[in-house]
Design a protein around this ligand. Structure first.
Ligand SMILES: Cc1cc2nc3c(=O)[nH]c(=O)nc-3n(C[C@H](O)[C@H](O)[C@H](O)COP(=O)(O)OP(=O)(O)OC[C@H]3O[C@@H](n4cnc5c(N)ncnc54)[C@H](O)[C@@H]3O)c2cc1C
Length: 151
């Protein structure tokens, strides 16, 4: 069983608490203080771990994220437009893969395929990245806002 805790705070929250990564006992104590109001049953989700606490900060690329076109290389999915994880990343990455595969199948050269693919991927990704920019905190809202993407 794997348990994730999502919290909003400074990226160096472990150091700010006077701890270091890998200090299982110290981080456990710190988290139990943070969740002191939780019931003992739920606190066990935080404290009954066998392994280390892994810190996984959530990052996002600047919007728009663009690059000079290369005739031989391109980016797709998170590598092209890493954005707050609000439920579209996998679908966008699969759509990119499909667009790129079709572009390759329908083009005479790699450069032409990359051009075709980036022309469809870029506006789509910029639209969604703009909508989600700055919204990582929504992951912690009781009500996740609905984004109106219908034009
Ligand atoms: C907490 C969280 C929750 C999320 N929830 C959702 C959700 O509900 N719905 C949704 O649609 N999206 C969600 N996402 C986003 C989604 O996971 C990503 O957008 C999606 O996985 C991007 O796919 P990708 O193939 O571009 O990248 P990835 O899935 O990151 O795949 C990249 C792969 O490349 C590998 N790799 C990296 N470097 C190298 C290297 N040098 N050599 C070889 N391999 C390498 C990695 O190990 C990885 O397997 C969430 C993300 C996070 C962090």
């Amino acid at each position: 069983m794997r348990v994730y805790i999502i919290q909003q705070g400074p990226v160096d929250w472990i150091a700010q608490a006077g701890l270091r990564a890998g200090d299982i006992v110290g981080i456990r104590e710190h988290l139990l203080q943070e969740f002191a109001a939780w019931s003992p049953e739920l606190q066990r989700l935080v404290s009954e771990n066998d392994g280390a606490y892994l810190d996984r900060p959530i990052f996002a690329l600047p919007v728009p994220h663009t690059w000079d076109r290369s005739p031989t290389a391109t980016l797709l999915g998170d590598a092209a437009y890493l954005m707050p994880p609000l439920g579209v990343g996998v679908n966008m990455a699969m759509l990119d893969a499909s667009d790129l595969a079709l572009a390759i199948a329908n083009s005479a050269t790699a450069a032409e395929a990359i051009g075709l693919y980036e022309e469809s991927m870029m506006p789509r990704s910029i639209e969604y990245a703009s909508l989600l920019q700055g919204h990582a905190g929504d992951l912690l809202d009781a009500m996740v806002p609905e984004f109106d993407t219908a034009d």
